[in-house]
Design a protein around this ligand. Structure first.
Ligand code: IPD
Ligand code: CA
Ligand code: CA
Length: 265
């Protein structure tokens, strides 16, 4: 597959940061960790990976803005392009030696996400998309799952944890969803949940209280794979609200209806 110059830049940056994450993952027990907030560890690995991504992306596209989970915001001089980066999505998995984590890089032009990359350094699965050009896993074009019945669906979600999210509301949603679907999963990396939805492994994914860097790249992956993405009210306001529902057209509609029902219970 011939990648565009833009995807080449993003891929090179991700692979360089991944080498650092891989080394640190191998030594996860020796990692220095500091506590950012309840349940939210920021590792030395996290910061190292973000530094690499910031340096590489800024070198290739000087002037673009940069929003990274660890380093805050840099408006840049370009005025219209911004990188939205999570150097390590799935930090808790990483710290526990669970190989379900990823680098996530989204590129926003004005209010539109125009490129996205999600890379799992352990499995070497590289998910990429550019607006209007489709989504890919390595060289293979992606399509969301074709299943139409909730009863056949494998669904991923996020769980409120230590001080984050509304547990009561989640449990209402959970109980309505779980009795209608083939399986419910919680993997712990929003970026990979979205990439796996784009790849048709998951039929639906929904979560609340996310940050832009968790989902910027994944939103484009799902859309470019033919899927539907919205916030939990069906609007295109995932980044401002932090809520997301993704799947094929039917699954997306069905899940939105269940969430609506849960909000009335
Ligand atoms: C987290 C993961 C997780 C989601 C959390 C995120 P982090 O990101 O995406 O799946 O449930 O809300 O904060 O902290 O591992 O980068
Ligand atoms: Ca994250
Ligand atoms: Ca992170």
């Amino acid at each position: 597959m011939i990648r565009s110059a833009l995807l080449n830049v993003m891929t090179a940056a991700a692979r360089k940061a991944a080498r650092s994450l891989n080394r640190d993952f191998g030594e996860v027990e020796k990692l220095q960790v500091s506590l950012k907030g309840p349940g939210n560890f920021v590792t030395a690995a996290d910061r190292r990976a973000e530094d690499i991504l910031r340096t590489e992306l800024m070198k290739a596209r000087p002037g673009y803005g940069f929003i990274g989970e660890e380093g805050g915001k840099d408006a840049g001089t370009d005025g219209s392009h911004t990188w939205i980066v999570d150097p390590l999505d799935g930090t808790t998995n990483f710290l526990h030696g669970i190989p379900q984590f990823a680098i996530s890089i989204g590129l926003q032009r004005d209010d539109t996400i125009v490129a996205g990359l999600v890379y799992n350094p352990i499995t070497d699965e590289l998910f990429t998309a550019e607006r209007g050009k489709g989504a890919f896993l390595n060289d293979q074009r992606l399509r969301v799952a074709g299943r139409r019945q909730l009863s056949d669906a494998v669904v991923a979600c996020g769980l409120p944890h230590l001080g984050r999210g509304n547990l009561k509301h989640f449990l209402d949603e959970f109980s309505l969803v779980q009795e209608r679907v083939a399986g419910l999963r919680r993997f712990g990396s929003a970026a990979l949940d979205l990439a796996w939805t784009a790849a048709g492994r998951l039929d639906i994914y929904w979560e609340r209280n996310l940050s832009p860097w968790d989902m910027a790249a994944g939103i484009l992956l799902v859309r470019e794979a033919g899927g539907f993405v919205s916030d939990c009210n069906g609007h295109d306001a995932m980044l401002p609200t932090g809520d997301i529902v993704a799947g094929n057209e039917d699954m997306h509609r069905e899940l939105l209806a269940l969430l609506k029902k849960a909000s009335k219970s």
